[in-house]
Design a protein around this ligand. Structure first.
Ligand code: F0G
Length: 449
């Protein structure tokens, strides 16, 4: 059979709430045209993020009931520890309440003012946590990644020559660690090849720089390697993931992505001294090292999710279904970041709406129009989010794991194509109110005439 189906059936359902065009217009006005400020019950299909929005499995709900809520030495912790050790091979693992808590602890321990932390592309919380320590976060994506239309197998790769030059120019002693974000979220959800991880590791090892993986979407990355990189076609996703982790000296992980958990994360390291300092900080702000700010039931859900996500049937469906949305809109004229990524499709709003300049926020204008037309929530990744530093004007449609069926996605395709057919009439926006930082969460806008 060639038809790829959702590898699950549905046991528990959550009703969707339809709104009228008039209700949506009222919601937009009340929210200042910022979709973060619209109550979730007024959203029909929510593609704001794939983080913490997964549907948990029967196995995970059973694990939740098994959760051991002991303050110290909980069984749930030891189950997670065993699963994480088997998968990552790292010596130390501390649970955290989500990915950015792991980031804050890692960079507080490793970074000082004047330090530099290179990555293929830092996610925004990663960058913010590095800069909060006084260090500088540097993105070194491969140059081809700048062209949204270039179709590369591993467009998330780091530019290894640029890494060498950075080390030569700045000195290895100023670089306390390097990172690789797999898959590369801010770069379009694009994968990183095993060859690139190996090359980055070699450069880092030569200079005594530890390499950390931002492993939020490690399983999706492993699947892309299996599908696209010569030599891995008959490897299991787990074996590929184990090899990826074996090239790192540690990792940060948000369990809200590839562990199908609604909350949680962890921080791993092979360095005993660093791990001790991290544990001390963890106790100060997150909790005792065997729960790290989570309930025992969360630890158990993560442990189960980490095993489920490596199921080849799941990963095949996941990557094919994201590509389905991408191809169905791109092949009918909507410019997306090519090729489709693992967890999301990114529309190139600057290309789709050339009559709206970046200062009038084409990505935000498109997000508003898609909500107005069909009740779909997406997120701008462009000048609203990054200000003048924005490289592209993108609209991200992130796909929650195991949540929507193909007919939901067909509805999204139809809505996008209808909006695209009358895109010339979409107008830009201006900001009327904004906070001093991370303005995309709370800024208010006004439509331009
Ligand atoms: N790293 C990457 C690559 C991420 O995508 C995220 C979160 C984090 C770190 C931080 O993890 O949210 O658990 O604190 N990304 C979400 C998103 C928010 O919508 O892309 P967290």
């Amino acid at each position: 059979m060639r038809t790829i189906i959702e590898p699950f059936r549905i046991k528990s359902v959550e009703p969707l709430h339809h709104t009228t065009p008039e209700e949506r217009e009222r919601c937009l006005v009340d929210a200042g045209y910022n979709l973060f400020l619209i109550p979730a019950r007024d959203i029909l299909i929510d593609l704001l993020t794939d983080s913490g929005t997964s549907a948990m499995s029967t196995g995970q709900w059973a694990a939740v009931m098994r959760g051991d809520e002991s303050y110290a030495g909980s069984d749930s912790f030891f189950r997670l520890k065993a699963v994480a050790a088997d998968l990552t091979g790292f010596r130390h693992m501390i649970p955290t309440h989500q990915g950015r808590a792991a980031e804050r602890i890692l960079f507080t321990v490793m970074c000082k003012p004047g330090h530099i932390v290179p990555s293929n592309t830092h996610f925004d919380t990663t960058r913010a946590n590095i800069e909060f320590t006084g260090a500088r976060a540097v993105d070194l994506p491969v140059p081809e990644a700048a062209d949204t239309q270039a179709r590369l197998d591993f467009k998330g790769n780091m530019d290894v020559a640029a890494l060498e030059s950075l080390i030569a120019a700045e000195g290895a002693e100023r670089i306390p660690l390097a990172m690789l974000t797999i898959t590369n979220n801010s770069g379009g959800g694009q994968p990183v090849s095993m060859a690139n991880i190996e090359a980055v590791k070699n450069v880092c090892a030569r200079h005594g720089i530890p390499l950390y993986l931002d492993a939020c979407r490690f399983a999706e990355n492993a699947w892309f390697i299996r599908e696209r990189e010569p030599g891995y076609g008959d490897w299991s996703p787990k074996r590929i993931a184990q090899k990826m982790f074996s090239l790192g000296d540690g990792c940060t992980f948000s369990a809200k992505k590839d562990a199908f958990a609604n909350i949680g994360g962890f921080l791993c390291s092979n360095d005993d001294r660093v791990a001790q300092q991290e544990t001390n900080l963890l106790i100060l702000t997150e909790g005792f090292p065997t729960y790290g700010g989570l309930a025992g039931r969360d630890l158990d859900a993560i442990a189960t999710g980490l095993e489920e996500v490596l199921d080849p049937d799941y990963l095949r469906y996941r990557i094919v279904s994201t590509g389905y949305l991408g191809r169905h809109i791109a092949d009918r004229g909507v410019p997306i970041v090519e090729p489709p990524g693992g967890h999301a499709i990114y529309i190139d709003a600057a290309r789709m709406l050339p009559h709206i300049p970046p200062c009038q926020f084409p990505g935000q204008a498109l997000a508003v129009e898609l909500y107005r037309h069909a009740g779909i929530r997406s997120v701008e990744i462009g000048s609203v989010m990054f200000g003048a530093a924005a490289q592209h004007e993108l609209l991200r449609l992130a796909i929650p794991r195991r949540v929507y069926t193909q007919s939901h996605i067909d509805y999204v395709v139809e809505a996008i194509l209808e909006v695209n057919a009358r895109k010339d009439r979409i107008r830009g926006l201006e900001i009327v109110e904004e906070p001093p930082f991370l303005r995309h969460f709370s800024a208010r806008f006004r439509p331009l005439a």
